[in-house]
Design a protein around this ligand. Structure first.
Ligand SMILES: [Ca+2]
Length: 354
């Protein structure tokens, strides 16, 4: 549909260009008129595209100005937590003060299979570079509204975590520049290692100069056909730069979106301006529908680290061993008892014959 709309506008522009030589521009006034007409056509095209995008915007999972449906009332779609505060321009998760934690969590479980999340955020503060912290995190997890050590959320979370880490905790490894954006898939047992800036369990990431930036800073998370892509736009060029891309990622349905932040000895203002969720239209053949298995625990295919034994659907190794052991012992006891009884019976029978 977007393509159609754009094509239509392109056609309009082209027909206009064909007409162009026919115009005999005699005065600067006519030239201005021409430029205005072209600009009007172009803005129309942008507006149409915008409309197309808005069609797929899922408002119930999005958070944007003027931040209605956010707060403590029963009709709210988002809950606030800790130091999170709504202003006309942003949701401030933490102020530029030490030891604060703030978060915002969606109340509605999420059930779309193919989607795109565009996040507009701002991290700024008075601290010098690398004397600020700790950063921001965005979530799609089973758990919600928990306090903890992972940018203001619990550790051993179940689901997706996207981090904008602004402080190098593992400062001896000068392998990356901060802020560093990364993603991790938690399964309830894997931990985010804060002291190592999440290196052991990260799925991928990139450096992004997203702090005290004069430009607007954005993240894009796309999840479609089990492929998870992370992109950043922090240079004011209005273009997405690839950051991480992983296939075979299985995220169960029914999880919650959230954003959280924490400050420690070092601090920053961590502002969330918007989180916009778009549904992606993906055609699937009946065979593909059949192949699409429903997962209960997040995992990444071909990455052992992200696999856990599903114990509720079968016996664990230890359970199986003891069941087998006791069964064998039980059979042994039965055999012995049976043998004794049989010998007694045989003896009695022999005695009767004498
Ligand atoms: Ca860090």
């Amino acid at each position: 549909m977007a393509a159609l709309v754009s094509k239509f506008n392109l056609a309009r522009l082209r027909s206009f260009c064909c007409l162009y030589p026919m115009f005999n521009l005699k005065s600067p006034r006519e030239l201005i008129c021409l430029v205005v007409t072209i600009l009007a056509l172009m803005s129309q095209s942008l507006a149409d595209d915008q409309e197309f995008i808005e069609d797929f915007l899922k408002r119930e999972y999005s958070l944007a100005k003027p931040y209605r449906g956010l707060g403590f009332s029963s009709s709210s779609q988002w809950d606030l937590m800790g130091t999170a505060m709504v202003t006309p321009d942003h949701v401030r998760l933490t102020p530029d003060l030490q030891s604060r934690q703030g978060a915002v969590w969606s109340r509605i479980p999420f059930f779309l299979r193919d989607w795109e999340l565009k996040i507009h955020f701002k991290i700024h503060g008075v601290g010098k570079k690398n004397l600020n912290g700790d950063g921001l995190a965005f979530w799609l997890t089973k758990e919600r509204m928990q306090n903890g050590p992972v940018f203001g959320n619990m550790n051993q979370f179940t689901g997706l975590g996207i981090f904008v880490d602004t402080y190098p905790n593992a400062d001896k490894t000068h392998d990356r520049t901060f802020p560093y954006v990364s993603m991790m898939l938690g399964n309830g047992t894997l931990a985010y290692d804060h002291d190592r800036d999440g290196r052991p369990n990260e799925l991928g990431g990139c450096s992004a100069m997203a702090r005290n930036s004069i430009h607007d800073t954005f993240l894009l998370v796309r999840y479609s056909r089990n492929r998870l892509t992370l992109m950043v736009d922090v240079d004011g060029k209005q273009e997405w730069k690839d950051c991480a891309d992983v296939t075979g990622v299985r995220i169960p349905l029914g999880y919650f979106f959230g954003a959280s932040s924490a400050t420690g000895d070092l601090s920053d203002n961590h502002d969330l301006i918007s989180m916009k969720l778009y549904q992606l239209t993906v055609e699937r053949t009946p065979e593909e529908e059949e192949e699409e298995e429903e997962v209960t625990i997040p995992r990444v295919d071909d990455m052992d680290q992200f696999q856990v034994e599903v114990e509720e659907e079968g016996m664990s190794g230890v359970h199986f061993f003891f069941t087998l052991l006791f069964s064998v012992m039980g059979l042994g006891v039965l055999a012995v008892v049976g043998l004794v009884v049989y010998n007694r019976w045989k003896e009695n029978r022999r005695k009767r014959f004498y």
